[in-house]
Write a new protein. Sequence first.
Length: 291
Amino acid sequence: MSMTPAASGAAGSFDSSHGRVKPDESVTLSGRFAVPQTASAEAGGKGDQKSDAAVQGVRIQFRANGAENWHDAERTRTGRNGKFSERVPVERSGRFRAVSEDGRATPAEYVRVKSVTRARVADKLVKQGDTVAIKGHVEPAGKRKVKVRVGGETLKTRTSKGGGFKVQWEAGTTGEETVRVRAESDRIAAGSADKAGKVAVLRPALASWYGGSLIGNGVACGGTLQADTIGVAHKSLPCGTKLIVAYKGRSVKTEVIDRGPYSGNREFDLTQGLKEKLNFDVGVGTVYVSK
């Protein structure tokens, strides 16, 4: 983006290579100050070539959002044609301008810093009633508002001065939830968001397993039961229902492929293939499920 020079041409022009930058990214600031008439006069008799008198020192100044005063960020010099260019790191949103050594100032260029949010869920599998930590960091550092959305809830917090944040979410309804985090915009930087991942909330359920002599038989939801078939049988969950089954530190994403069990008080029947993946080492035992 570029700024239009003052009508008289005295102030000069100024240009930023980017209107938005990542934290601590550098932006190239370039422009031109019209060669002062005194310098042009000194160059008389030399054709179009300007003398060294046309070369000027230039101060690149910055004023942060909310600040009243400008301060020097970098120093550079023009060429004989009055042009200059300097690469300057940007730590926070604000305006840049160039000031020549004879006191001329360009119009200001606005540069907005884009924040970067990184978040993660401490535990991917939790039991109902447990709390799970959702942590993260926002750049650039500084205190800012953060919203965490999970399980239909919105949790609000603030980052520390260093940019870190943490909230505790209490796991309620079973199922798999996507955790989304958003850092709000402020004077320092624009807002940003991140997906922290998914968290599955599990409940206990009594289960058995089947296979053996039943291998080769059809299953209620279609297909044939094989020794390596991965799935579960349930009396009422619709065929194809996706769920997570966990047992002693192991977990498998699977689906309902059959009906049963029809004896005892078990809620699920695991296929032989699923039994082996989970190392379900009992005939009847407690698993944790997301449905």
